[in-house]
Design a protein around this ligand. Sequence first.
Ligand SMILES: [Zn+2]
Length: 161
Amino acid sequence: MSHSREFFDLQRASLAVDIFSSEPDLRDVAIEAISTAAIPWNCSNALIEAARAQAIRCVLSGSSPSNEIIDQLRLHVFDRKRDALHAMAKVCTFGTSAIDRARWRKLDISEFTWMSIGKPLCDFDHDALDGLVFSLGDGFSGNFPGRQYGCRCWGAPVIVF
Ligand SMILES: [Zn+2]
C-alpha cells in the first residue's frame, strides 16, 4: 500500500476536497481548529508546529503528509511509520471535524448524534456516547466527536423534516 493510499484510508471519508472552492470560509475553520488543538506529543514545539502546518496543507489540498514530517515524527516521537501516519491523521481530524460542525451550523442544524467508532480508532471510552443526541452548542460537556486528540468518532447531524 502506498504512503498516500494508506493515509487516505486513515482520513475521514466525509470531506470532499473541493468544498473549499464553494465554501472558502471553511479554510479558516480548518486552520483555526488545527492550529489551536492540544497535541500531546513528547517533542519540541517546533515539531508540533511543523506537524500542524502539514495537517493544514493535507486537509486544504487533499494531499498526504510529506516524507519529511513522517521521518521527523518517527525520529522523535513514534517508532513506526504507521504510528506516525496515524498521528498525522488524528491532527487532520481536528480540521475535518470542525468543518463538519461549521457546515451543520450553516444548515441550521442544532443537534447531532454521536457515532462512536470504537477502539483502536478512538482512544477514548466513547462507546457510552454512541447513539446519544447532543446540541451543537454544548456537545457532550463541551466536547465533540473528533475534537480531542485520538478521537476519530464522528457526528451525524439530526435533520428535522
Ligand atoms: Zn471518540
